[in-house]
Design a protein around this ligand. Sequence first.
Ligand code: NAP
Length: 284
Amino acid sequence: MKAGMIGLGAMGIGMARNIAKAGYLVGVYNRTAAKAQSLAEDLNVIAYHQPEELAANVDIVLICVSADQDVLAMVEAIALTVKPGTIVVDMSTVSSNTAKLAAAMLAEKQVAFLDAPVSGGVEGAKNGTLAMMVGGDESALEKARPVLEAMTRCIMHMGATGSGQATKAVNQIMGAGINQAVTEALAFAQAQNLPMEKVIEVISGGASGNWFLQHRGSTMTRGIFAPGFKLALHHKDLKICQNMATQSGASTTLIDMTIADYERLMAEGYGDEDISALYRLKSD
Ligand code: NAP
């Protein structure tokens, strides 16, 4: 199965490397062409100049770009040249509605679309240990599975198109709560003049331990907020969650609070920092 990867950002680059390592990657496309060129040289694959060109030459198209309109722009381009029977897998975090629109556009071309957002951060993308939540046709997932397994430690079929993105929304709400909890608790620890590395180590081993504390605790308390997961991207996700929660009548307390905090940080120019930059608001 020949795979092509569209989007070589913080996540896409690690994903592409793992697909190449498993022997499936034939080519890559990135909006900023220089990134595609240098990765393609490194991996000995083709750097396509347009997504249309990539789509015409592979059996599975993998996408990981920023937001809803970016996914739809890529799918519109792909739809011009994609062969019937190809599978398109979108690993970006977008709304369920976008997934449904993309699936409908591609269905006209006899092409299956899977919404397959991931969790596990840039470390998970680099190490091939992402958790993937998939919506769409289960037989298409089974065909794509060998390629997807090169990037993941867990792949879960969640149901019809859009259910992968709905599951990711669950994850993003939880991520907001964890960010609020960890940044506030560690700012408190620092105000108590506790030895921070010991605090992080001992709490990581107990009932309040979590991935975010382990991977971002030490850096945030030293004022380092390199992404990671850009705050502006999590803000984009929480706006999707807010919309979905409002429509279904679910609570939005945590979502609203985190959106307001992120908007304050983005207005101060911190949108491209890691989400752990929320620590800035807890420690002033
Ligand atoms: P990123 O580093 O900002 O990279 C974004 C990628 O999308 C870049 O390759 C960018 O191209 C491309 N792109 C953006 N708009 C585009 C457009 N209109 N047309 C074509 N390409 C476009 O973001 P990331 O961290 O890799 O995240 C990618 C997706 O994964 C997002 O939906 C994010 O929410 C999700 N995600 C991120 C993480 C994480 O920890 N970072 C974890 C799970 C899921 P250029 O190089 O030209 O800018």
